[in-house]
Ligand binder design. Structure first.
Ligand code: FAD
Length: 420
């Protein structure tokens, strides 16, 4: 079950600016009053480790329905899409303000994987700044249900032969009369299993290379959209799978922006995820810090609390220090980013791209170390599912790959510093 393990010594450690406090409080109140009792009520589906998965590693429809309900209720309460602009029905929070909301939500850890608390806030399956490039009619059909949490989406960029190098995608969209016919094979697609809308990057027959790439919106009820084999992974999320597009016919009104915008649109989606990483990492880091601190005070060996040993004190001291460092880095650099670019911009200045890459890789790197330390401090219990820490370790290990690997971030940082 989801909980925040609070240690009094950390009560006033990480301040939230006064102007953001009301929205953070609103989200936390929603979690405490709506999500936690709901999770308890439906404990048979989400209460224990792996309860949310079926025998094939797929999230059960029951667990998914619970998540859907939380997303919808969060939408009604106006806390689901806080990162989206107000003109499309979102909360209009800037990336730096949204950082504090994410930090607060991810402080609940990850539960056992059902992550109902996390469903309060639009995540990869929710609306992204990429979709602000839709016209009004398209917004009504595709974006509004994502913003109000009644539907969910997946993003289909990666393929068996194209991961870090997105320009290598082979999925094709060819013109047939007044329709587009999409054929291709996508891989590692989060929420492929339950999405209502697939956002599909394809190369069209209208121009060569990236000039011909386009982003399409595909209704997952389309007979040409088929979920392939499950991609069972380290996080055991139960929603990541291959997607096959076969003779998948869509209209012009399912094109996001223009032909040729495909790659920059895909990157706006990816940039949004990069900007979200520091809040996730600091939130989970604080969860781990609380867990380590309280366990170090409670657990005794040789007649003393384990926390009386320097060997246990130091990883905790280092984690507390590094969380401050990452938190300050995040809020400073996100504010700098806001002065340079908007997450919806199709063209991002080099200094903005560099900041997003730094904001992605460094917090993830630290979270990985924090979660490793937390396992060590908790000993055998740290490796048990019941300890509530090993899953953060698995999530932390995962984060360093999707939305651009650590190496790809460092490559961008180096390139924008003039190293080609
Ligand atoms: C759990 C999970 C969920 C995902 N969800 C989605 C999703 O919803 N939608 C989607 O489209 N994709 C998704 N992905 C795919 C993800 O974005 C890719 O896995 C990622 O971009 C890396 O691509 P790859 O796995 O093909 O690795 P590769 O590109 O094959 O890279 C392999 C290794 O080589 C390194 N490398 C590659 N090129 C260079 C270089 N030039 N310099 C230095 N090192 C390099 C990489 O860093 C990596 O270490 C998901 C992946 C995972 C694991």
């Amino acid at each position: 079950m989801t909980s925040i393990p609070r240690d009094d010594a950390l009560a006033d450690e990480f301040a939230v600016p006064e102007d953001v406090e009301p929205v953070v409080d609103r989200v936390l109140t929603f979690i405490e009053e709506e999500v936690l009792p709901f999770e308890e009520e439906h404990a048979e589906h989400v209460g224990g480790p792996l309860d949310y998965l079926d025998d094939e590693g797929r999230m059960t429809p029951e667990a998914r329905a619970l998540r859907d309900e939380i997303e919808e209720r969060a939408g009604e309460a106006g806390v689901y899409a806080l990162h989206m602009p107000e003109e499309v029905g979102g909360g209009g929070l800037s990336p730096v303000k949204h950082f504090y909301v994410q930090e607060a939500v991810f402080r609940y850890g990850t539960g056992f994987g059902s992550s109902l608390a996390r469903a309060v806030m639009a995540w990869t399956e929710g609306p992204s700044p990429m979709l602000t490039h839709l016209d009004d009619d398209q917004r009504a059909e595709w974006l509004d249900p994502l913003v109000d949490g009644t539907e969910s989406a997946c993003i289909c960029i990666t393929e068996p032969n194209a991961g870090s190098d997105v320009t290598a995608i082979e999925t094709e969209a060819r013109r047939d009369g007044d329709e587009w016919v999409i054929d291709g094979h996508k891989r590692y697609i989060t929420n492929a299993v339950y999405a209502d809308t697939a956002q599909v990057l394809a190369r069209t027959d209208q121009a060569d290379g990236t000039e011909g790439m386009a982003m399409f919106l595909v209704d997952t009820d389309n007979p040409g959209y088929e979920v392939g084999r499950m991609n069972e992974n380290i996080m055991m999320d139960g929603i990541t799978a291959d997607v096959h597009l076969e003779d998948c016919r869509v209209g012009d009104d399912q094109l996001v922006g223009e032909i040729g915008d495909g790659l920059p649109l895909a990157l706006t989606w990816v940039n949004w995820r990069r900007a979200c990483r520091p809040g996730m990492c600091v939130g989970m880091g604080r969860y781990l810090l609380d867990r380590m601190l309280s366990y170090a005070k409670e657990r005794e060996t040789f007649g003393e609390p384990i926390g009386s040993n320097q060997a246990i004190q130091w990883p905790i001291a280092e984690t507390a220090t590094e969380i401050h460092a990452v938190r300050n880095m995040a809020t400073t650099m996100l504010a700098e980013y806001e002065g340079m670019a908007d997450l919806a911009d199709l063209r991002q200045p080099e200094a903005a791209r560099r900041r997003l890459s730094m904001l992605k890789y460094y917090p993830e790197d630290r979270l990985f170390d924090w979660s490793d330390r937390a396992i060590q401090v908790l000993g055998g219990y740290g490796l048990m599912r019941a300890g509530g820490v090993e899953r953060v370790f698995r999530v932390a290990r995962n984060l360093r790959i999707p939305a651009g690997t650590t190496e790809v971030q460092k490559r961008t940082i180096a390139r924008t510093l003039g190293l080609e």
